[in-house]
Design a protein around this ligand. Structure first.
Ligand code: UDP
Ligand code: MG
Length: 313
């Protein structure tokens, strides 16, 4: 029988979290009459996460697992989960219990009331440092000013998607995946639920500062072409400054020829400024080109090495 609800959980070296999240999900979901499946996507873990998933799937027929052939990233794991999920509604959540399973009845209730996307927003994270809070607000401010989409600050990859929304996302073949931008893009009836994220249950964050920075640039560049247009605006500004300055030079040439003598410092300054601007925008063009390159290569987003559970289908 097809499950009504699928829970998709990407896990990268989360061995110590799995049995606890499984237990808490089972407690929560057994109170709901719908049939369900829990689909763990092991994103190339090296700590025996898949062994744990396999043993869970042997004890509990609700559990299925996929193992990637290597670490392909959180967004790729979410994609695999959406592609493999069989439910009428698919809920994605983290393995580290920062997305409380106790919120599921609320998400499911909103779905039953007719919402096709129920997304969650983190109010604040217990134990998150000033640095994470600050970089996170900077990121949402940047992405909202640089892209036409409206992404709610604190939007988490913890959401319920109706089958229609899942099918819509499956039609988006882009390699540069950023669900926080893709989900607002598809539209449908969306509903927001707020929650406070507790501290990670075990282990450490899998998003280092570098990974987060890459994720942020990725998010902005994959959703918007505005940075490219900024080059046009910047070019126009430089030309305008050139015309004004040119006028000033001609004017001083005729009015006070002795003032016409300009120092080399201003020349070097302008050369550096304009040269820097040019290289900066070449870099931005390069970033887009790299993404076009990824799309053109058209490689699969992930490779599955192994599966477990769900055989009774
Ligand atoms: N994750 C993943 N692949 C990665 C990095 C993270 O599948 O390359 C998973 C991780 O196991 C967790 C979720 O993505 O279930 C969110 O990661 P994490 O909790 O480390 O991020 P944070 O909550 O600190 O932003
Ligand atoms: Mg986390």
């Amino acid at each position: 029988m097809k499950p009504v609800i699928s829970i998709v959980i990407p896990a990268f070296n989360e061995k110590d979290c799995l049995s606890v999240i499984h237990q808490r999900l089972t407690e929560t979901l057994s109170g709901i009459s719908d049939t369900y499946e829990i689909l763990f996507v092991d994103d190339g873990s090296t700590d025996g996460t898949f062994l744990e998933i396999r043993s869970l799937s042997e004890q509990d027929p609700h559990v299925r697992g996929l193992r990637f052939s290597r670490n392909f990233g959180h967004q790729a794991a979410l994609t695999a989960g959406l592609e493999q999920a069989r439910g009428e509604a698919v809920i994605t959540m983290d393995a580290d219990l920062q997305h409380p399973p106790e919120l599921l009845p609320e998400l499911i209730a909103k779905w039953k009331e007719g919402s096709e996307v129920v997304y969650t927003v983190r109010e604040d994270t217990a134990g998150a440092g000033v640095q994470k809070t600050l970089t996170s607000s900077l990121f949402y401010w940047l992405i909202n000013s640089l892209s036409p989409l409206r992404i709610t600050p604190g939007a988490a990859d913890f959401r319920l998607l109706d089958r229609k929304a899942v099918e819509a996302l499956k039609r988006m073949p882009e390699k540069t995946r950023f669900f926080r931008g893709m989900v607002p893009w598809i539209g449908f009836k969306q509903h927001e639920v707020r929650f406070t994220a507790p501290e990670r249950f075990a282990g450490e964050t899998k998003y280092s500062f570098r990974k987060m920075l890459r994720f942020a640039t990725h998010g902005i560049l994959s959703q918007s072409a505005i940075p490219l247009r900024m080059a046009t605006v910047m070019g126009a500004v430089v030309i305008l400054i050139g015309i004004i300055y040119g006028g000033y030079v001609v004017w001083t040439f005729f009015t006070k020829p002795e003032g016409y003598q300009q120092g080399w410092a201003s020349i070097v300054l302008f050369m550096l400024l304009i040269g820097g601007t040019q290289i900066f925008f070449m870099g931005i063009i390069g970033e887009y080109l790299a993404r076009v390159f990824e799309e053109v290569k058209n490689r699969p987003l992930y490779l599955i090495a192994e599966e477990t559970g769900g055989e009774e289908e």
